[in-house]
Design a protein around this ligand. Structure first.
Ligand code: F7E
Length: 340
């Protein structure tokens, strides 16, 4: 049966994939976008015209309780996917207040409106591996110790706990999908993978450019956003709410990602130097194409995160399908099509 769905933060990378999957399933999709003019629709611009026309766009801010109350009460959605967030860890360090407003108040408003005005609505919150902080012992499953290190991570830990409390105390169908890093061609430019890919596309198109990065020895578990949104749909389909980790279980450093991305463009980097003086050259012309810049280092950066998705695998039959090389290939192709 067709469902009436709301995706908050529908203009982001994940909103694109989720909206596409739900439309394919024949659901009635509503999307919430923050303010902006009518033509500001973020990643939704990559949907086909016919698909886009099927999404009911609402404009408003999740931090405004009256707005959220009115929307939830009027539309009585079957399901709400709460994606809206200030999602940059780096930005959260400089702008903690903005991050807390959007992420903490936003989720609280949505969950409370559902509790008070539409309690049959299912609520899925997209959590983050940032709530775990650094890897301590083995891979991080749903029950791993949580030691968030950034304001962003703290807000995601808050969200995880709020969802649990509303589920337990008010009987809401509320679940958290704990997402490890997930990338795609629609990734925002503030994230390291997109920054690297954009630079690789420009350098391989013959532009004179050096990619400046911070800590290239930070390690992440990078998956493909499209795969993770399929998992998120599987969680929402459950009769009883529960929390699930979505990850690949593979750890790569930023430097590995840089090497793979340049290799995909036919450039086998040659590295030399150490610390802030480390550089990488394109051996075909001797040009420095990667250097280190202190301004991109973060206080409290997480050294490494790596997820254990065995619960999702056993209970949902989910597993990541796209390899990191395939993700890189999709991202580079998308960038190159823009370069033409
Ligand atoms: O950084 C290092 C940086 O900004 C990855 C979000 O989706 O995943 C994401 O958060 C790593 C960090 O993502 C640069 O220090 C080096 O160690 O791409 P990122 P993130 O902070 O891991 C989690 C799970 C989320 O939930 C978040 O919403 O790369 N790094 N040099 C750099 N990072 C950036 N952005 N820029 C650099 O120049």
């Amino acid at each position: 049966m067709s469902k009436k769905i709301l995706i908050t933060g529908v203009g982001g990378q994940d909103g694109y994939f989720l909206a596409k999957l739900l439309l394919e399933r024949g659901d009635t999709v509503h999307g919430l976008l923050r303010g902006g003019s009518e033509d500001e629709i973020g990643s939704l611009k990559f949907l086909g015209e016919a698909e886009l026309a099927r999404i009911g766009i609402h404009r408003g801010d999740v931090t405004e309780k009256w707005f959220v109350d009115e929307l939830i009460q009027r539309e009585l959605f079957d399901e709400v996917f709460h994606l809206a967030a200030q999602s940059s860890v780096a930005r959260s360090i400089g702008h903690p207040r903005e991050t807390i407003d959007t992420n903490v108040l936003g989720l609280t408003n949505i969950a409370t409106s559902i509790r008070d005005r539409s309690p049959k609505t299912k609520l899925l919150f997209t959590g983050s591996s940032e709530m775990f902080g650094d890897l301590t012992d083995g891979k991080q499953s749903e029950s791993a110790p949580r030691h968030p290190q950034s304001p962003y991570g703290l807000t995601k830990d808050f969200g995880f706990q709020l969802i649990n409390a509303y589920r337990k105390h008010y009987g809401l169908w509320a679940a958290t999908a704990i997402l490890f890093n997930h990338e795609s061609e629609f990734r925002g430019e503030q994230f390291v993978t997109k920054k690297i890919i954009q630079s690789v596309a420009r350098i391989s198109a013959g532009r004179d450019e050096t990619l400046s990065l911070g800590n290239i020895y930070a390690e992440r578990d990078w998956g493909y956003a499209g795969d993770y949104m399929e998992g998120v749909l599987d969680v929402m389909a459950l009769e009883l709410p529960d929390d699930f980790v979505f990850a690949t279980g593979q750890l790569h450093s930023v430097k590995d990602f840089v090497n793979l991305a340049f290799k995909h463009a036919g450039i086998e980097l040659e590295w030399s130097g150490e610390g802030l003086d480390e550089i990488a050259r394109d051996p075909s012309n001797g040009k420095v194409v990667v250097r280190i810049d202190e301004q991109f280092y973060r206080p409290g950066d997480i050294k490494g995160t790596c997820g254990d998705y065995s619960k999702a695998s056993h209970q949902l039959g989910w597993k990541p399908r796209t390899t990191l090389e395939e993700t890189i290939s999709k991202m580079i192709q998308h960038e190159q099509s823009k370069e033409l």
